[in-house]
Design a binder for this molecule. Structure first.
Ligand SMILES: C[S@@+](CC[C@H](N)C(=O)[O-])C[C@H]1O[C@@H](n2cnc3c(N)ncnc32)[C@H](O)[C@@H]1O
Length: 269
């Protein structure tokens, strides 16, 4: 269990720049300089004074996904079965699947979390060890439960827009649909990191640079012996190395989160 492993010294989040566009590096050496819009929605909300959009972040870990949604303008509330002292936002310790089932059946009174109707969207990152090829390096996939299938089943019963994230293997074996297959290089990050995302109750599409990790020796792979360098390259600077093993680069959910806020603004107009 991730919670049972010894903790390392957490690092502080890197200072975020409150600017419109960040010029990224040419990570792949292909002449593509990434331009990443940062905090546009947040800034627009500050100026417009609109109510914050609220996202329920299930299986939140130390908050890689959460940080990206925050950058996209969401107020994020995290849920994880293990304590997450480095999670940067409001946190509740609970079983995410039990919680989703309870939420779908009307929220029972007496719980600490607000009712589902107070959220605008849901993100879920169920554990991936039962499918990830990387599990075989340190153990056996069969020793890990399949949490993705019950998560998708539970999400089918809710009406809010949702996003589920997992390793690409979960799309290859047909458990989920990869509406997006994102790589860190598409966001100017110097890492080989791929994740599949399935969207429910909404859909969006936006062109971004293609993945640039094919035969690219300049990128840091997941199995890199300097785990700190890998975590920092994902921009998960506030996490321990162990937490970052399971995290996704915030840039991925910042990208999806900006599309989700645009969708929410369009449907509530
Ligand atoms: C893939 S990690 C999440 C990574 C996170 N989204 C990020 O980007 O940093 C999966 C998390 O699920 C948690 N978890 C495992 N079983 C759970 C359950 N039944 N309910 C809630 N969380 C659970 C683990 O403790 C772990 O933190």
């Amino acid at each position: 269990m991730p919670g049972a492993e010894p903790r390392e010294r957490p690092r502080r989040p890197a200072a975020r720049r409150d600017v419109g566009v960040v010029e990224g590096a040419d990570v792949a050496g292909l002449g593509v300089h990434h331009r990443r819009p940062v905090r546009r929605v947040v800034a627009a909300r500050r100026e417009g004074g609109g109510a914050p959009v609220k996202l329920l972040d299930l299986f939140c870990g130390a908050g890689g996904a959460a940080m990206g949604y925050h950058q996209a303008g969401f107020t994020v509330v995290g849920v994880d079965i293990n304590p997450q002292p480095n999670y940067p936002y409001e946190f509740h310790q609970a079983d995410a699947i039990e919680l989703l089932e309870a939420l779908a059946d009307n929220w029972p009174t007496g719980r600490a979390l607000p009712p589902l109707e107070q959220f605008d969207a849901i993100h879920a990152s169920p554990t991936c060890q039962t499918r990830s090829r990387a599990t075989a390096w340190r153990g056996r996939r069969e020793d890990h439960p399949d949490l993705l299938t019950p998560t998708l089943q539970a999400l089918e019963t809710v009406r809010l827009p949702w996003i589920v994230e997992n390793v690409p293997e979960a799309a290859w074996d047909g458990t989920m649909r990869a509406d997006y297959l994102l790589c860190g290089t598409q966001f100017g990050l110097n890492v080989r990191r791929h994740r599949a995302f399935q969207l429910g109750n909404w859909m969006s599409f936006q062109l971004i640079p293609p993945c640039q990790c094919y035969r690219n020796p300049r990128l840091i792979p997941f199995e890199h012996k300097d785990e700190r360098a890998f975590a920092d390259a994902m921009e998960c600077t506030w996490m321990t190395n162990l937490e970052a093993r399971q995290a996704i680069p915030p840039a991925m959910t910042e990208h999806l989160g900006r599309q989700l806020t645009a969708h929410l603004q369009a449907v509530t107009r």
